[in-house]
Design a protein around this ligand. Structure first.
Ligand code: HEC
Ligand code: HEC
Length: 335
């Protein structure tokens, strides 16, 4: 009896001494996990060539906030006049609405600004796919003399001097302002820019009334004519390279930029581009790599003839254009 009593007492004392330690340990482990939380999307797979955008996302909102602040600050450009959001307006389709973009000192580029919305679902970034990931992409505009014209060294110095940014960085990582942390924050912010619950997504997930009758006809044409052989998956595009047309069928306004060929000089890459996402396409006019086409009806007509070799009747084009409007939705709220 006595031995048992003492044994229990000793065990209790041992537990009292160690439980707080374990709790503390668990807690610090949790913090460590929080600090490196990777973005998790909850995908919902459906039958068919187009997949819905995840409605649920787990993301580190502290890094999202820092990334957003970096995305909209002009401090990332050489003369503090241009931010990422100058060319990618998050609330207006994620592009800039111009045929080609204008960077520092009013320098004009040669390509249309693509949307940054849902860009984390693209298999590569840029029209010619030259960046393999969002984090690789960021150095592009930062250094491009006709975009932000800056350098990491300059940017890091400016952000360290800025007490608001310096504090934000140190609150998230003891290393403070580093290139890795800048890239990480912007990338996590971009990962948050997804637009679920568009009419097409609600339709795919079983709400038969989410598309109008005309849009449902449009979806049939879009699939049956083969638009989905290229524009498919979660982003309705963004998951492969394709040649823009057969050379004789590309309209002259689109022929100059040779796409991937400009990088590789390989004959098979002539006029090859990443198939762009058609998510939110109704909000991202003008169209194509150089923004040469203002209007969706014309864009669809060009696609039908140059990509599929078909002259589609006017009513089918209109149905497809109506469908394209069902690809738009608002950016998900993550905080
Ligand atoms: C001066 C305008 C301009 C600025 C500033 C700018 N971009 Fe862009 N962005 C573009 C253009 C134009 C392209 C397409 C270039 C190409 O494909 O060759 C692009 C492409 C992208 C893409 C690839 C999207 C896709 O679907 O391929 C992402 C992501 C992006 N930018 C993010 C950013 C971020 C982050 C910043 C700030 C660090 C930034 N951009 C600053 C104009 C700009
Ligand atoms: C063989 C592959 C292929 C097929 C089939 C195809 N497309 Fe495309 N689509 C592309 C490529 C590549 C681009 C980018 C071309 C460029 O900008 O130079 C594009 C661009 C577009 C754009 C402009 C997007 C933007 O943001 O500028 C629209 C709209 C479009 N396609 C709709 C359609 C429709 C509708 C169909 C069916 C009638 C279709 N596409 C069939 C490959 C294809």
């Amino acid at each position: 009896m006595h031995t048992r009593y003492y044994l229990t007492l000793v065990l209790c004392l041992f537990a009292c001494a160690t439980v707080p330690f374990f709790l503390f340990h668990l807690n610090s482990e949790k913090n460590a996990i929080e600090a490196t939380q990777k973005t998790v999307y909850h995908f919902e797979k459906v039958a068919g060539p187009i997949q819905p955008i995840p409605r649920k996302i787990e993301i580190d909102t502290r890094w999202v906030s820092l990334g957003k602040a970096l995305f909209i600050t002009p401090l990332l450009s050489k003369n503090n006049t241009i931010s990422c959001s100058s060319c990618h307006l998050i609330d207006f389709g994620g592009d800039d609405g111009f045929p080609v973009s204008t960077g520092i000192n009013n320098a004009e580029g040669t390509r249309n600004s693509p949307t940054v919305l849902n860009s984390s679902f693209n298999f590569r970034q840029f029209w010619d796919g030259r960046a393999s990931s969002l984090s690789d992409q960021i150095s592009g505009p930062v250094h491009n003399p006709i975009e932000m014209g800056s350098s990491w060294a300059e940017i890091i110095e400016k952000l360290k001097k800025d007490s608001y940014f310096n504090k934000l960085f140190h609150a998230l990582d003891p290393q403070g302002v580093t290139r890795e942390n800048i890239v990480k924050a912007i990338t996590v912010f971009e990962e948050s820019l997804i637009t679920p619950n568009a009419p097409i997504d609600r339709y795919l997930l079983g709400d038969n009334n989410a598309l109008t009758e005309q849009q449902q006809r449009g979806l049939e044409h879009f699939i049956n004519h083969g638009c989905t052989s290229c524009h498919q998956g979660i982003n309705i595009g963004g998951n492969m390279y394709q040649k823009l047309g057969r050379v004789n069928t590309i309209p002259e306004i689109l022929i100059e930029d040779l796409g991937k060929y400009e990088l590789t000089k390989q004959e098979q890459d002539r006029n090859v581009f990443k198939v762009p996402s058609l998510r939110n396409v109704a909000d991202t006019s003008p169209y194509f790599h150089n923004g040469a086409v203002d209007d969706l009806t014309q864009a669809v007509t060009i696609m039908a003839s140059s990509q599929l070799g078909r002259e589609l009747p006017e009513d089918e084009i209109e149905d497809i254009v109506a469908l394209l409007h069902a690809f738009s939705s608002k950016v998900i709220e993550v905080q």
